[in-house]
Design a protein around this ligand. Structure first.
Ligand SMILES: NC(=O)c1ccc[n+]([C@@H]2O[C@H](COP(=O)([O-])OP(=O)(O)OC[C@H]3O[C@@H](n4cnc5c(N)ncnc54)[C@H](OP(=O)(O)O)[C@@H]3O)[C@@H](O)[C@H]2O)c1
Length: 344
């Protein structure tokens, strides 16, 4: 079968990992990279000598040999570039957050519906041997009916991004849209059978008085219609990278944990433990977990969807709902009041 041909827009810290993941995927081909700065272009050229490198994403979109456009640029460019890629007739893999506003997400969704092309959102944790295995076990009934979910990140340092976009509210939106958005998505996915979350209550603060609205510490509670709830908590004022998910149900409990000196380590420590109501067992995840591995699985999954029509791991509606949860949580933290969610 012919390989799925990818064009990649954005070759920064995470885009370079996307390029590696596409190159490592057997039925994918990295045809072209659009990298804006000279520095990014020369890094791309060095690592991918047979791939064409261009500076303008419109030049990439004007090619006639691409099946999928993979977009890994700062958040404030997502709407414009994703809509242009979909309108050019390509399937799109778009990094999270889908956009910084609900309106932006809806415009991207409308472009994907008009074009009839696939729109995948970069929630690669769903593909994880660790975080994804938690969902599989819940689905198999390993803990009965889930009643409580806690997802927590303990981290430092935090990358500023090219030109410092991650420290600029106009370009990043807020920090809930960076890391906690993954956890909102996971909590909603883990508790699928509880219905769509209908309320969020959040608290946040910053360790730096010069950027009070970019919160290092953030905690939110999500309520679900059947009485289950999820707690999402992050601190960027800690050290290293340690992430935990704990889910308890009417008949058991799951505890997943991942640790690395940094988020992108190829040698993480992790475990998944399951209590079935009587005893605890260590679950074999069948291979390493971590975002550098999950990215390869995500590219593979996009290829399968393009070639065989298998469902996407996360689609535009998942992207929109995750943004809605984050923005409502931000509002809750700012106003000191719970916010109603309606994720139709
Ligand atoms: N799913 C995940 O786990 C995950 C992890 C990390 C990041 N992300 C997301 O990925 C995106 C990028 O993050 P990052 O950490 O890679 O940021 P980054 O290191 O700042 O890289 C962004 C790159 O995009 C380039 N760029 C900006 N506009 C462009 C354009 N019009 N055409 C081509 N390239 C353009 C920048 O070019 P210059 O160098 O010229 O400025 C920069 O190289 C963000 O949306 C972020 O939220 C997701």
């Amino acid at each position: 079968m012919d390989p799925v041909r990818f064009g990649l827009i954005g070759y920064g810290a995470w885009g370079s990992h996307h390029a590696r993941a596409i190159s490592e995927t057997s039925n994918a081909e990295l045809v072209c990279i659009a990298a804006r700065s000279e520095a990014a272009q020369s890094l791309a050229r060095e690592a991918h000598s047979t791939t064409e490198i261009v500076s303008d994403y419109q030049e990439l979109l004007s090619r006639d040999d691409l099946d999928v456009v993979d977009i890994v640029v700062p958040t404030h460019r997502h709407q414009e570039i994703a809509c242009a890629a979909l309108e050019s007739g390509r399937h799109v893999l778009l990094e999270k957050p889908m956009a910084a506003t609900v309106d932006g997400c809806q415009r991207i969704l409308a472009a994907s519906e008009r074009s009839g092309r696939l729109l995948a959102i970069g929630f690669e944790l769903r593909m994880s041997r660790l975080w994804g295995r938690v969902r599989e076990l819940i689905k198999q009934g390993a803990i009965g009916q889930p009643r409580y979910c806690m997802i927590e990140l303990w981290r430092r340092p935090y990358r500023p991004g090219a030109g410092g976009w991650r420290f600029d509210r106009d370009r990043v939106g807020n920090w809930i849209l960076e890391e906690p958005i993954h956890f909102f998505d996971l909590a909603r996915w883990y508790l699928t059978e509880s219905g769509e979350p209908n309320r969020v209550t959040a608290r946040a603060n910053s360790i730096d008085a010069d950027r009070p609205l970019l919160s290092d510490n953030f905690t939110a509670m999500l309520d679900f219609p059947d009485g289950a709830y999820a707690v999402i908590s992050q601190t960027l004022a800690a050290f290293e990278h340690h992430q935990t998910a704990k889910v308890t149900g009417t008949e058991g409990a799951l505890w997943a944990s991942w640790s690395g000196a940094m988020d992108r380590t190829f040698e993480p420590d992790f475990f998944l433990r399951h209590h079935d109501g009587e005893s605890v067992r260590q679950v074999d995840c069948g291979g390493p977990a971590g975002e550098v591995f999950e990215l390869v699985q995500q590219i593979q999954q996009v290829c399968d969807s393009v070639r065989n029509g298998t469902p996407l791991h996360a689609n535009g509606h998942d992207g929109l709902h995750a943004v809605q949860m984050c923005l409502s949580a931000e509002r809750s933290a700012e106003m000191g009041e719970s916010q109603t969610l309606s994720l139709a």
